[in-house]
Design a protein around this ligand. Structure first.
Ligand code: ATP
Length: 274
């Protein structure tokens, strides 16, 4: 895999209007937008702008979406990189990638660096079944990340957002003051939040009049935002396949069944003994 695929720079056109629910998390990330947009109003009072923020939550709850929305709202570049990609790398490559990522980001400041699956590199040392070389590589990547976090000043306009499902697994060095010292928690959506996530994803769909998002929310307890986005798209595909002119309630019910089946299949692959 070419290292270039690890870093993707884009000017995100995603905004808070694309994010439903997550009210508390949104309030907290709005602060980051303010830091990026008008750092002077903080720094003139002597405040130090945080460098690193970790978004913690189950898969599909909108961590990546929220990070992109911060970039979109602040209208700054978004550098994204996945922690797990480092683990497969040759020794030394991970660290040099981290270095060049921060270098590029500093040149484009103000901007966001987003590190998905930070636990893949930032896992507490000694935890997890890493084998020799891969572990060394992970450690040198982590050390480089710590060096970069310490090396850039507090008010350079680069803010690093990172995502993980497991904050308890992270190396304490990573969450120390001055590094990733802020945590924002995202939860699976409740009934009302699911209804509003359906609404967001129905914006571009052609629907029958009787589609009721509250009813659909009631049919999808425990579903994540990603599952709901998936259901909306499946429903549209199902409707198109039956050559319907609009997406109806039955299409949604069939889509829910299909997404449930997909989730079950996935968990069987992960735990084949069951
Ligand atoms: P993972 O831990 O698996 O990387 P994640 O928390 O980063 O997941 P996202 O990648 O942000 O989740 O979510 C996937 C997609 O699900 C989003 O692009 C969006 O379409 C939808 N989605 C998730 N949460 C929400 C939400 N709160 N509002 C609207 N859409 C959502």
């Amino acid at each position: 895999k070419s290292p270039a695929t690890l870093i993707e720079k884009e000017n995100s056109n995603i905004t808070f209007a694309d994010v439903a629910g997550l009210d508390e998390a949104q309030i907290e990330v709005k602060e980051i937008v303010d830091f990026l947009k008008s750092p002077e109003s903080f720094t003139k009072l002597g405040a130090k702008i945080p460098k690193g923020v970790i978004l913690v939550g189950p898969p599909g709850t909108g961590k990546t979406l929220l990070a992109k929305a911060v970039a979109g709202e602040a209208q700054v570049p978004f550098f994204s990189i996945s922690g797990s990609a480092f683990v497969e790398m040759f020794v030394g490559v991970g660290a040099s990638r981290v270095r060049s990522l921060f270098q590029q980001a500093k040149e484009k400041a103000p901007c966001i660096i987003f590190i998905d699956e930070i636990d893949a590199i930032g896992r507490s040392r000694g935890k997890g079944a890493f084998l020799g070389g891969a572990n060394d590589e992970r450690e040198s990547t982590l050390n480089q990340l710590l060096t970069e976090m310490d090396g850039f000043g507090t008010n350079t306009g680069v803010i690093v957002l990172a995502a993980t499902n497991r904050a308890d697994m992270l190396d304490p060095a990573l969450v120390r003051t001055g590094r990733f010292d802020r945590h924002i928690y995202l939860e699976l959506p409740n009934m009302n939040e699911r209804a509003s996530i359906f609404k967001v994803h129905m914006r571009c769909l052609i629907l029958e009049e009787d589609i009721d998002t509250v009813f659909l929310a009631g049919q999808t307890p425990g579903f994540s935002g990603a599952d709901i986005a998936n259901i909306c798209n499946e429903a549209a595909l199902i409707a198109a396949r039956r050559k319907g002119l609009k997406i109806n309630k039955q299409d949604f019910m069939d889509a829910i069944d299909r997404v449930i089946a997909g989730v079950e299949k996935k968990s069987k692959i992960i735990s084949p003994q069951e």
